[in-house]
Design a protein around this ligand. Structure first.
Ligand SMILES: C[S@@+](CC[C@H](N)C(=O)[O-])C[C@H]1O[C@@H](n2cnc3c(N)ncnc32)[C@H](O)[C@@H]1O
Length: 205
């Protein structure tokens, strides 16, 4: 038991600097518990700080301790939920208000053109907002109009097949990979610059 704890502590120390601070993945009204587990797994593996879930059906328990006990969540997330911060909201508005109060900018994802500003995943800079929430929509309805209206822009993964959209869990992996890659590089650059030999001289100028 002690060894398991110290191995986990060691790993937590190793990955600490690589986690993306102030980055939240939001899943809006997911229907399929396996998709929730997959998103949480991707969030954990890619170093995203938190997962928020809009769950107006109240399908999930309120407290995260209780969520961590749910077999239906621990299994598809391969226990990632045990190491993740997950918070649920009763409505999209509640979640957006909470994010706004904490100065998070939201971006939404969709296979379709939504809102006024539409961007291609890999042609977009995700380092301009210090605090960023990335929204993923419901499996059949997609992202809501309210979330689109209150977001900065909508991101799409280009599609070249006959089907309309990618699966929610798959999308979260692709989108969060690109965003964490950019934000991690930015964090590292900023950190190095702050540690650099010229820090004291530039700070005085
Ligand atoms: C199965 S899709 C929903 C399809 C739905 N009919 C729609 O109109 O969006 C579930 C979610 O995955 C994300 N998604 C799927 N394909 C995407 C793509 N090509 N680009 C960006 N996001 C995508 C979006 O967040 C979407 O709301």
């Amino acid at each position: 038991m002690e060894t398991e704890k110290s191995t986990a502590r060691k790993r937590a120390d190793e990955i600490k600097d690589y986690r993306c601070k102030n980055l939240i993945a939001v899943i809006e009204e997911p229907n399929d518990i396996r998709n929730i587990g997959t998103v949480i797994r991707n969030v954990n593996a890619l170093g995203v700080e938190k997962t928020y879930i809009v769950d107006s059906r109240k399908a999930l328990p309120d407290g995260w301790e209780e969520m961590r006990e749910r077999k239906s969540l621990t299994k598809p997330s391969v226990s990632a939920i045990k190491w993740s911060f997950v918070k649920r909201f009763d409505s999209t508005e509640d979640c957006l208000d909470h994010l706004q109060k904490n100065r998070f900018a939201s971006v939404v994802t969709s296979p379709h053109v939504k809102g006024k500003d539409n961007r291609i995943l890999h042609e977009t800079d995700y380092t301009t907002y210090t605090k960023l929430a990335v929204w993923f929509g419901n499996e059949s309805r997609g992202i809501s109009d309210i979330a689109v209206d209150r977001s900065e822009f909508c991101v799409s993964i280009p599609m070249f097949g006959m089907i309309e959209s990618l699966n929610l869990g798959t999308t979260s992996g692709i989108v969060l990979y690109e965003i964490t890659k950019q934000r991690r590089a930015y964090q590292m650059k900023y950190k190095r610059a702050n540690r650099g030999p010229n820090k004291s001289s530039s700070a005085g100028s």
